[in-house]
Ligand binder design. Structure first.
Ligand SMILES: Nc1ncnc2c1ncn2[C@@H]1O[C@H](COP(=O)(O)OP(=O)(O)OP(=O)(O)O)[C@@H](O)[C@H]1O
Ligand SMILES: [Mg+2]
Length: 329
């Protein structure tokens, strides 16, 4: 679907070089909702802009549906680019045009006749549940409604991929949930592959089946969302997924474990079993249960006495119970 090979983007301005992305390889399969997360400045927007060739990559290739976009220019590029829809954080609507005209805009550019445009726009308005707002101007819409217009407009050319750059970052939590629900529906019902760029892990957890974590222009972790959250992770990834544990709070000599409970074991009293079984004190340092794509995932960071026999027994007990345990240094 989308194949990115050895992609780099270096901006050069006034003899200054900024390396925005560096040697990225990425594969998005048809039907994926692929999350790309990273902190501000990680290179997320540079990456999307290289995917749809708003920006020319410094090195590497981007292949969409088997076509190498980096080899195209002019008319051929414009035509291929129609396969790629895009929505933005600030919606980028035309303020002097109504909702209907905003959605009709790409269709007029394409040269469709009046009847075809009418039919297509009404259909799109229905998809995003904005039929009654057809003649309203953007200024009179809520943020969520504006983004739904943005989505309808992006779908007008029937793209196979929709790139969403921080498309919910300007919205409140409730509206964010609605827009994410709509994006998920567009993916499931219309088979549109989504690339979701965000700095919010919650967005990824809610809808993405795959995720890549971007840091300083490089991918530091990638894979199925559930795996990336449960995998034995590097410190950098841990930092980003919000469970950095400062080592100075470690009581000297104690063993610190990170426990991950997947699925049904997330709801079982594993820990009280552990305490009874080992007859030792177990300090809970932090814990959470969250839902990743409707799948419960529990995480606990606990401390055990610094006795290696206790540690071995604890690891045995936990693995027998199907709990993933990682010894933190
Ligand atoms: N047009 C440009 N010219 C020069 N440098 C740029 C340009 N666009 C981005 N950069 C630099 O490239 C790096 C990556 O920026 P980018 O906008 O891709 O990050 P981002 O992950 O999208 O950040 P944010 O979350 O703030 O949107 C940053 O250091 C940025 O300053
Ligand atoms: Mg950005």
């Amino acid at each position: 679907m989308i194949e990115i090979q050895n992609l780099s983007k270096i901006y050069e301005k006034a003899h200054q070089k900024v390396v925005a992305i560096e040697h990225i390889d990425l594969k998005v399969e048809r039907g994926d909702i692929y999350g790309i997360v990273g902190l501000s400045g990680a290179g997320k927007s540079s990456l999307v802009r290289c995917i749809n060739r708003i920006e020319d990559p410094t090195t590497g290739t981007v292949i969409v549906d088997g076509v190498d976009l980096t080899s195209l220019s002019g008319k051929a590029l414009r035509s291929e680019r129609q396969k790629i829809g895009m929505i933005f954080q600030n919606f980028n609507l035309l303020s002097s045009k109504t909702v209907f005209e905003n959605i009709a805009f790409p269709l007029r550019l394409k040269g469709l006749d009046k009847e075809q445009i009418q039919k297509r726009v009404l259909d799109l308005l229905e998809k995003v549940e904005l039929t009654e707002k057809a003649d309203v101007y953007p200024v009179n819409l809520s943020g969520g409604q504006k983004q739904r217009v943005g989505i309808a407009r992006a779908l007008a050319n029937e793209p196979s991929v929709l790139l969403c750059d921080e498309s919910t970052s300007a919205l409140d939590p409730k509206t964010t949930k609605q827009i994410l629900g709509l994006l998920k529906r567009i993916n499931k019902e219309f088979g549109v592959t989504l690339v979701v760029i965000t700095h919010e892990m919650d967005v990824v957890k809610a809808i993405c089946n795959k995720v890549a974590i971007l840091e300083s222009g490089r991918i530091i972790a990638e894979g199925d969302t559930i795996d990336v959250f449960t995998r034995k992770t590097s410190d950098a990834t841990k930092h980003f997924i919000g469970e950095s544990v400062s080592s100075d709070s470690n009581h000297r000599g104690n063993n610190r474990l990170q426990l991950t409970f997947k699925g049904v074991s997330a709801e079982q009293p594993i820990l009280s079993g552990l305490i009874r079984n080992l007859a030792v004190d177990v300090n809970i340092l932090s814990g959470s249960i969250e839902t990743i794509q409707d799948y419960p995932l529990g995480k606990l960071i606990v401390e055990l006495p610094g006795d290696s026999n206790v540690l071995i027994e604890a690891l045995d007990y936990l693995s027998a119970k199907g709990v993933d345990a990682e010894v933190l240094s």
